[in-house]
Write a protein that binds this ligand. Structure first.
Ligand SMILES: *Cc1c(COP(=O)(O)O)cnc(C)c1O
Length: 371
């Protein structure tokens, strides 16, 4: 039996170990220290914005972005129905109402036309999510945002380095939000980042991240802030990972191309789509089986597990979760039950990809005969 093949795993080299050791030895173990500054500066450069602000994780980065841009109870914030729950929860923390709209069937990202249809006089913001590493259509979304005067917060938690017409995600909206959780494109263990070109937004978010302490009068606070800071140890890990990001992205692309070659043998298997204007970073390899329902999908995952191959189901529609309002989103509801993510971590070798593909082709072939 082959060794268990996990969905994702961070890639840690001597560089990461050196930077983190240096941070520990320096004694700057909390949220002051040189790696915070280095990581923020280099990340801003990478995304192509003026400012980047580290946070304790991606969810706090989203919450901080919403509070900083003035989202309040009773406001409406539009999000795609197909995303990780953190996008919706961050909106709920502010007391604003979550409005879920449908996605595009190929990119799995929010459909710009659906945003326009959902705008009311209470709508304050939209959070496009660059799902599984494919960018949302930011050119269209920014046009709609300008027309209706909406704040745009890009949820780029899954898409570090993804591009729309040659420009990186996280640089289009009022701000972008990233996550550095252990399974993301690059990791700090737990961690997040806000990116922006707006000096006011940056200064305000920075203050709120640190209990909104007065800059001139220590221990004086004019509003309720948060402790959403990242540590220097985490930033050291992040700084090392960021130096390797292009190497990581290129490996992800190679892995995807290999899957694509092997799995194209069965025309009922559909993998990640990439729009012609987009650079996807293939955070997760997505596999949808034509004609599958939730039961057959789960059975495929079970059979892969018996072969020691890890997989995970697509996100459930946010609007199906008990905390959120129901929504009419036929594409989200059609797609989520057919999709899984399969292993695509940095150290995955060709032999393992071949083994995974052989098993997928065999299992799906047998299940088709059962129908
Ligand atoms: C991972 C993720 C988040 C949250 O990031 P954490 O660092 O885990 O808090 C937010 N949105 C999306 C789309 C994510 O995938």
């Amino acid at each position: 039996m082959r060794e268990f093949i996990p969905i994702s795993m961070p890639s840690i080299t001597q560089k990461e170990i050196n930077y983190v050791s240096d941070a520990v030895k320096s004694g700057w173990v909390s949220s002051l220290g040189k790696y915070i500054e280095i990581f923020e500066k280099k990340f801003a450069e990478y995304v192509g914005v003026k400012y980047a602000l580290t946070t304790s994780n991606g969810t706090t980065a989203l919450h901080l972005a919403l509070v900083t841009t003035g989202i309040k109870p009773e406001d409406e914030v539009i999000i795609p129905d197909f995303t990780f729950v953190a996008t919706a929860n961050a909106v709920r923390y502010t007391g604003a109402n979550v409005v879920c709209v449908d996605i595009e069937g190929n990119s799995l990202c929010i459909n710009p036309r659906e945003i326009e249809d959902a705008v009311t006089d209470k709508t304050k913001a939209v959070i496009p999510v660059h799902v599984y590493g494919h960018p949302a259509d930011m050119s269209e979304i920014m046009k709609i945002a300008r027309k209706y005067n909406l704040i745009v917060i890009e949820d780029a938690a899954e898409a570090h380095g993804a591009e729309v017409r040659g420009r990186k995600v996280g640089s289009f909206g009022n701000c972008g939000v990233f996550s550095f959780y252990g399974n993301k494109i690059i990791t700090t263990g737990e961690g997040g980042m806000i990116t922006t070109d707006d000096p006011e937004l940056y200064e305000k978010a920075r203050a709120l991240r640190d209990h909104a302490m007065s800059k001139t009068k220590r221990y004086w606070h004019n509003e309720v802030g948060f402790n959403y800071r990242m540590t220097n140890l985490q930033a050291a890990l992040g700084a090392a990972q960021l130096e390797r990001i292009e190497e990581i992205l290129s490996k992800k692309k190679d892995i995807f191309d290999m899957y694509s070659r092997f799995l194209s043998l069965n025309p009922s298997l559909k993998l990640n789509y990439q729009a012609q204007w987009a650079r996807s970073v293939y955070w997760m390899v997505c596999l949808e089986v034509e004609g599958f329902d939730e039961r057959r999908r789960n059975s495929l995952m079970q059979k892969l597990k018996e072969k020691n191959i890890d997989s995970r189901p697509y996100f459930y529609p946010i609007s199906d979760l008990p905390m959120y309002e129901k929504a009419q989103t036929p594409i989200t509801h059609d797609i989520y039950r057919r999709g899984i993510n399969i292993p695509s971590h940095f150290d995955l070798d060709t032999a393992s990809i071949e083994y995974i593909c052989e098993n997928i082709l065999k299992i799906v072939g047998n299940m088709r005969n059962d129908i």
